[in-house]
Design a protein around this ligand. Structure first.
Ligand SMILES: [Zn+2]
Length: 301
């Protein structure tokens, strides 16, 4: 996919990235290209700049409110989750080219430099040459012994675990590590895992080009939470951004971000907390009359 091909005259394309790394030479890890190599990222930024005009999310909010048309072929850059490589690799490139960006961080990941459940399972697959896993949705144990069978299993885990609210993701990770006889991992300083510090996040937020927003405290799917957990998830995230990095934000992105991941109830709580604009992971570009709580994005992989 060439991101610049998605730019449109009267719409804004909001691109979703997760990370940018120097190199990606793993067997299975990063098979989804969640983290682009820095050469590719630089090329994407150059192509976007040659084809369109960068704007910030705050400018998108202003255009949507005033009705003033977006600049032709406008685009915005966003990053989810809070990887350290956003600060050390992506931000300097964006700064070189004068491209604004928003960084949505998951506060629990930042507090403990912790890995998401799927990154831990990918790590397990990278570290385990072969084996078999009993998974809650399958009747029989499933073997893996090469890149192809490992990726097929990871795809299956992604499919089921992201859609079934009854699956306890922490328990799933523990169970997989114990079936493989591998010590469970919580955090890792590999470029695919390391998260930003609060100081780095504060520094990004003070940069003229950059903004920081919330992306949950635990990264759980917000529509799956009861009222109390939903309140807690949002308020801890926003409180930590304020206390640890001095950031009072109006921006948020929904963890996982697909249509079933947020509801009117979720939007009401975010609005009550002062959020004015929320990005989804629903695919597409945005017109001027878009709901600011349902901004579509295009994942760059
Ligand atoms: Zn995320």
């Amino acid at each position: 996919m060439i991101p610049a091909d998605r730019l449109a005259e009267h719409e804004v394309a909001i691109f979703l990235f997760h990370g940018v790394v120097e190199k990606s030479d793993y067997e299975v890890r990063n098979y989804t290209r969640k983290h682009l190599t820095h050469d590719l990222f630089r090329r994407v930024v150059e192509q976007l700049l040659a084809a369109g005009e960068p704007i910030s999310l705050s400018q998108i909010v202003e255009h949507c409110r005033s009705g003033e048309p977006f600049p032709p072929r406008a685009f915005a850059v966003t990053f989810d989750d809070g990887f350290e490589n956003n600060y050390s690799i992506a931000a300097p490139i964006l700064s070189d080219y004068g491209v604004p960006a928003s960084f949505f961080v998951t506060s629990g990941f930042i507090e403990h430099n912790s890995m998401s459940w799927i990154d831990r399972i990918e790590y397990f697959m990278e570290q385990t040459p072969r084996g078999a896993l009993c998974l809650p949705w399958a009747e029989k144990a499933q073997r893996f012994d090469d890149r192809e069978t490992k990726i097929a299993l990871l795809e299956q885990v992604r499919f089921h675990a992201k859609r079934d609210p009854t699956i306890d993701l922490e328990a799933l990770v523990s169970d997989i590590f114990s079936q493989g006889g591998l010590n469970e991992i919580e955090c890792n300083d590999d470029p695919l895992d390391r998260k930003m510090s609060w100081d780095q996040i504060g520094e990004l937020a003070r940069h003229d080009l950059f903004a920081v927003g919330g992306h949950g405290h635990t990264h759980r799917i917000m529509s799956f939470l009861d009222d109390d957990d939903l309140e807690t998830e949002i308020s801890i995230c926003l409180r930590l951004l304020e206390q640890k990095a001095g950031i009072s934000t109006q921006h948020y992105s929904y963890p996982e971000g697909l249509a079933y991941c947020y509801t009117d109830r979720v939007i009401d709580v975010l609005r009550d907390r002062g959020i004015v604009c929320c990005s989804t992971a629903q695919e597409g570009t945005n017109r001027l009359n878009e709901s600011l709580f349902e901004l579509r994005r295009i994942a760059v992989v």
